[in-house]
Design a protein around this ligand. Structure first.
Ligand SMILES: [Fe+2]
Length: 528
């Protein structure tokens, strides 16, 4: 016949449901065998049989994709039975192939098994062997399918693990970027920022030590300004020797990051430049340790990101510092001009600043507090610019009305400072430097700890400097007498703790007062 003949679904209603039927393809060049095979299976509703006379026809039928099992004659014209078995396996490895042969030989059987053949049917065979062989082959098919499904599941599982790992890696990278941005933004001053930079560099790279250096001189010499190790700050220059190695200097000189993976006993080092407007001003570097994995491109990337963000923050801080320094210098000269109009107040604010800072250091205030105090003490009387000259420069005592006008100067000073939007805390000290511990001061009548602590300190020093300075209607008091007055007013006008700190600082000889002529302090001397 030479062509395949699809079986017909039984029309008698007695057969299996179409979906349950097994499609069997019999391939034999002898028509008689094909027909016998087909006839026998047609008597069994479970099977639907197709036939083909050669390999080409067989592959054409298999190509439709619904064959469950193949019976193939070993000897076929053109493509041999084994070649056909190979082709079927290549097309769909789950289709079991049974070889029909009259002379099964061992070497042939081995070759057939290698081609994916699952069973043999020796010609001539009894018909009842056909369904038995089919069912056996189908079990093999099920096993193959299960294996494939299992393999697919495993592949999917591994893919899932891989995706999850990548996701975790990306999340961790994102966290690192967030950490860099957040911590750099939180730094309040330059030293804080420098320390943040080295601790972050250490954390990101899991290194042994990290250091930040700035360029000094013209030969790319590097001075370390912050360094951390796993156990905290590193200050021993021997432990920071890599910061002045040629490779580190090269980064500073060329402005190009460098990654040394570490070998032959050398430590791994990753160094990145810090630049402002393309000009290198320093380097950030981390040194590895032999017991940890060497640095990678990822370390280099994050360190570069850190350096870029930090450089921009440093530039902003420098700009801010420059603006505030300029403004402070302008306002200080304004205070100087006010004081210069009155020979009795000359240099008063400078002395109040110096003495207040000395006492504050003794008490142990932070550098940040000292910075605030320096600005506030220097500018505490800046509001006097709003007081008319005939009152401010009046020799002798003021009237009650004039005194009320003078009492406006802390609030005026606060207004002046608030316009710059730079010194919130400093403004508070300026506004409250005439408040009293007992609440009888001005402008708001705050009492006790309602008054900012540094304002309480300025108040003590302000009065001490006034008492120990000449004025138009009296000579200056001796320091000891002034101190007595201060001590007697502890708990009423002054914060007792601030008085005690002032007294002990005075007695330790650290207050060097070079008084010339200053104002009388309004509350004690000028009025009443
Ligand atoms: Fe004042």
């Amino acid at each position: 016949m030479g062509t395949y003949t699809p079986d017909q679904v039984r029309g008698d209603g007695k057969g299996s449901r179409v979906d349950d039927r097994v499609n069997v393809l019999a391939v034999d060049d002898e028509e008689i065998i094909r027909e016998l095979f087909a006839q026998f299976l047609r008597s069994m509703p479970r099977y639907r049989v197709f036939t083909a006379a050669n390999g080409r026809e067989a592959m054409e039928r298999i190509g439709r994709g619904d064959i469950h099992c193949c019976f193939v004659d070993l000897v076929l014209p053109g493509m041999s039975g084994l070649e056909l078995a190979e082709a079927i396996r290549a097309f769909d490895s789950t289709i079991p192939v049974v070889i029909m042969t009259g002379h099964p030989q061992m070497d042939l059987m081995i070759q057939a098994i290698q081609s994916g053949v699952v069973d043999f049917l020796t010609k001539p065979f009894r018909n009842n062997l056909i369904p038995i062989t089919i069912e056996k082959a189908l079990r093999e098919r099920s096993r193959l399918l299960e294996n494939i499904l299992l393999k697919e599941e495993q592949q999917k599982y591994h893919q899932l693990i891989e995706i999850n790992n990548k996701l975790q890696e990306k999340t961790s990278e994102l966290e690192t970027v967030n950490l860099i941005l957040q911590q750099i933004n939180e730094a309040e001053n330059s030293q804080d920022l420098f320390n943040t930079l080295v601790t972050l560099a250490l954390r990101i790279t899991c290194g042994d030590r990290a250091a930040l250096g700035v360029l000094t001189g013209t030969d790319a010499g590097i001075t370390v300004i912050a360094a951390h190790g796993r156990n905290g700050t590193v200050s021993d220059p021997k432990k920071l020797s890599w910061m002045n190695e040629e490779a580190t200097r090269q980064v500073a000189r060329k402005g190009i990051a460098c990654l040394r993976r570490g070998n032959n006993g050398n430590h791994a080092v990753v160094t990145v430049p810090l630049k402002i407007r393309s000009k290198v001003f320093g380097v950030l570097s981390a040194r590895g340790t032999p017991d940890r994995p060497p640095f990678s491109e990822k370390d280099l990337y994050f360190l570069n990101l850190l350096a870029e963000k930090a450089s921009s923050s440093i530039e902003n801080m420098a700009l801010y510092a420059s603006i505030t320094a300029n403004l402070f210098a302008t306002l200080s000269s304004l205070v100087g001009a006010i004081e210069a109009r009155d020979p009795y107040t000359k240099q008063h604010s400078t002395r109040v600043k110096q003495i207040s800072l000395t006492v504050a250091r003794e008490i142990g205030f932070s550098q940040e507090d000292l910075n605030i105090l320096e600005v506030a003490a220097s500018l505490h009387d800046i509001g006097k610019i709003g007081i008319p000259d005939h009152i401010l420069l009046k020799p002798g005592k003021l009237t009650a009305e004039e005194y009320e006008i003078v009492k406006r100067h802390p609030a005026i000073g606060g207004d002046i400072i608030s316009h710059f939007n730079l010194w919130g805390q400093e403004r508070e000290l300026i506004v409250h430097h005439h408040e009293r511990w007992d609440g009888k001061g001005y402008p708001h009548g705050l009492a006790g700890e309602e008054i900012p602590v540094l304002a309480r300190l300025i108040s003590v020093v302000d009065v001490f400097d006034a008492l120990t300075s000449d004025r138009s209607y009296r000579k200056k008091l001796p320091d000891e007498t002034a101190l007595d007055i201060i001590v007697k007013n502890a708990g009423s006008q002054f914060d007792p703790d601030m008085v005690q700190a002032f007294q002990s600082t005075y007695e330790s000889g650290k207050i060097k007062k070079d008084a010339t002529m200053v104002e009388g302090t309004v509350s004690l001397l000028r009025y009443g």
